[in-house]
Design a protein around this ligand. Structure first.
Ligand SMILES: [Zn+2]
Length: 339
């Protein structure tokens, strides 16, 4: 089968890979319909993380081709959405709502899903079948549910977005934009999107943002306070993962408020003293997407949300290298690979 490997930083290749096989009785093999390039794929692409001939990709939708003898919830022929962390769904951590920290978890980025087929470990705890074969126009939104929507949703839930709340979102990548959508769906009254890019600001407004803040850092914090009676937002979603964005998120949160931080953290160091006096709740990490997936699929299936709009570039698998380049150069927010 054909699949994407990152040969070295900046060097994306599509090459012939071994066809996946059932290894464990809990595995499934899927034929991937669409995959995408994630902001987190850019870290190894930029050489921030060590890499050599790594199969790439962890977001995917597709059709089940084969299942192991212990798989009970999906069957061949079904269209499925999978999460970026494979989880058994049965351990205490999974049952408490945190399958992305499952005791038996497998990061799908270690398997690679930017390929024609993929082996999905723990199929029962990882895949959710759609009610039927989706119309083609639903596929981008279902694919978004696999990671960026689920992650934005978790950010909003972790930040306790809900009725009566003012939510601020730091970061205007796909996850930040979908955190805006999530905050509105969860009933937030005001949603402040922090963005400097016109097209992303427009999408944020379409997804439900009620205010846009273009300032960053201390100025951004001051602007959020100005919009919230000097207090800061009740709920802040951090969707970047840098020192500046984390400080901006904590600084924008009122005492007693909640920060949901879902940007993959890189070299963030927090001052204990600032943290102490900020008096905020912090919850973040890899999103437990499986917890939200049935609800998200239902919202998409009923066409109540259209998160697939974050994809602004579609390319065939063979042109994956251009997809990475476009995201790296910020010419694209999110790239969909058709397979
Ligand atoms: Zn588990």
């Amino acid at each position: 089968m054909r699949g994407v490997v990152l040969h070295a930083p900046g060097d994306v290749r599509v090459r012939e890979l071994d066809d996946p096989k059932i290894i464990e009785p809990t595995d499934a093999i899927i034929r991937v319909t669409a995959a995408c390039v994630c902001g987190s794929d850019l870290w190894p692409y930029r050489g921030v993380e060590e890499v050599h001939d790594q199969p790439m990709g962890h977001e995917y939708v597709g059709v089940v081709e084969e299942i192991g003898s212990d798989v009970t919830t999906v069957k061949p022929g079904q269209f499925v959405v999978g999460t970026f962390v494979a989880a058994d769904g049965t351990c205490e951590i999974c049952r408490s709502g945190f399958p992305s920290s499952c005791v038996d978890r497998v990061f799908m980025s270690e398997v690679g899903t930017q390929s024609e087929r993929a082996r999905i470990p723990h199929a029962d705890g990882t895949l959710v079948a759609t009610p039927g074969m989706p119309d083609a126009d639903l596929i981008p939104s279902l694919l978004a549910a696999s990671d960026v929507l689920g992650t934005g949703w978790f950010g909003a839930v972790a930040a306790q977005a809900g009725p009566g709340k003012t939510v601020a979102v730091v970061g205007d990548g796909a996850v930040g934009l979908l955190a805006v959508l999530a905050a509105r769906q969860l009933g937030a009254e005001q949603v402040i999107a922090m963005s400097r890019h016109r097209t992303r600001q427009e999408l944020a407004v379409e997804f439900g943002a009620t205010a846009i803040v273009t300032e960053r850092g201390e100025e951004g914090v001051a602007k959020v306070k100005e919009l919230t009676g000097g207090l800061g937002a009740h709920s802040v979603v951090e969707a970047v993962g840098t020192q500046q964005s984390m400080r901006q998120a904590i600084g924008s949160t009122r005492p007693g408020g909640h920060v949901g931080f879902v940007g993959v953290s890189h070299d963030v160091a927090l001052s204990g003293e600032n943290l102490f006096f900020s008096q905020v709740h912090l919850l973040g990490g890899p999103a437990p997407v499986r917890r939200f997936l049935p609800e998200l699929i239902d919202l998409i299936w009923q066409r109540k949300i259209d998160p697939g709009r974050v994809f602004d570039l579609r390319l065939p698998l063979e042109e994956a290298a251009e997809g990475y380049k476009a995201m790296d150069e910020r010419r694209a927010t999110k790239v969909l690979l058709t397979i």
